[in-house]
Ligand binder design. Structure first.
Ligand code: SME
Length: 148
């Protein structure tokens, strides 16, 4: 498991003084993709009305629009809570952008308390994300919230 404290420090260093969300999220996706092991996609979908729109990411090209309530990302935004899915094949309505993906972690982002989008991380391994990973990455998301 990565040192999530150090990851948070790196995120703060990258975000300090940056006032453009797209730039923050682009660097955050690169940091996650290059730090986390066994991850094939790491990035963001941004809420536009009732639709999640593809934002900065690292990995294979992905679907551009996801309706709230659809897939793992849309479910996370509709519920306003983290979705940790050990086997995406058993998740009703999972949207397969990369058929190699087996497990997924989706964490809602908020700006000034209002839903802003989601952080989405995919892995080719089943059950890649532990409770500890979830806790570390939720802290990461809370730091991002503070810069949005
Ligand atoms: N699997 C997601 C779609 C986004 S991709 O994984 C990048 C979902 O079911 O919402």
């Amino acid at each position: 498991m990565p040192d999530y404290g150090f990851l948070s420090q790196q995120l703060n260093a990258l975000c300090d003084g940056v006032n453009e969300p797209i730039s923050l999220l682009a660097n955050a996706s690169a940091l996650l993709y290059n730090t986390l092991e066994n991850v094939n996609w790491a990035g963001f979908y941004l809420l536009r009305g009732q639709t999640l729109l593809l934002g900065p990411f690292q990995g294979k090209p992905a679907c551009v629009c996801i309706e709230a309530g659809k897939g793992v990302c849309g479910t996370a935004i509709a519920r306003g809570k983290t979705m940790r899915v050990d086997d995406v094949h058993t998740f009703p309505g999972h949207i397969a952008c990369d058929e190699a993906s087996r497990s997924e972690l989706v964490i809602p982002l908020r700006k000034d308390g209002a839903l802003y989008g989601v952080l989405d991380i995919d892995s080719p391994l089943p059950a890649r994300f532990s409770e500890q990973d979830q806790a570390g990455l939720e802290k990461f998301a809370r730091i991002l919230d503070s810069y949005l």
